[in-house]
Design a protein around this ligand. Structure first.
Ligand code: AMP
Length: 139
């Protein structure tokens, strides 16, 4: 995987406003927040996108993500938030090292805005079967 700006942050080569760290995970403030408290949570493992992340790193992030979200809410006074996780440039990923955005939704309306173009599910049974066939494969 090509080195990213998050690799440099993990190495300490460039600074960040760190809010949490353990053996597998680092969390720090987003440098261009879309809301006060916008925080990034990243694995220390170098993986470009979530589908490439090991089960161990995924478990480590999953264990602390709610805790860090609670901390962001407590510190900012927000009571609502989104978790955003982009994979691939067409899906708005700009830094190719897995990261979860914690984005508070504040009373002033600041936070994540999105279009949600809901459709109709037509081939649910076949599609679920196709996905299920791959869903038990660990990494
Ligand atoms: P994404 O579009 O999901 O790849 O988001 C990448 C995020 O990384 C953006 O919200 C950027 O503001 C943030 N970012 C980029 N460089 C830094 C940095 N040096 N420190 C903190 N956040 C950063």
């Amino acid at each position: 995987m090509a080195e990213t700006i998050f690799t440099k942050i993990l190495r300490g080569d460039i600074p960040c406003h760190r809010v949490y760290e353990d053996d597998h995970v680092l969390a720090f403030l987003d440098i261009n927040p879309i809301a006060r408290g916008h925080t990034l949570v990243i694995p220390k493992e170098a993986a470009a996108s979530l589908d490439q992340l090991s089960d161990d790193s995924a478990a480590a992030i999953g264990r602390v993500l709610p805790r860090i979200a609670r901390a962001v809410l407590a510190a900012t006074g927000a009571t609502n938030f989104n978790i955003l996780q982009n994979n691939g440039a067409p899906a708005h990923q700009a830094v190719f090292h897995v990261h979860f955005h914690i984005i508070p939704k504040h009373a002033d309306g600041s936070g994540l805005e999105m279009e949600w173009n809901a459709g109709q599910l037509h081939d649910g049974a076949a599609l679920a079967t196709a996905i299920a066939a791959h869903a038990t494969v660990p990494r």
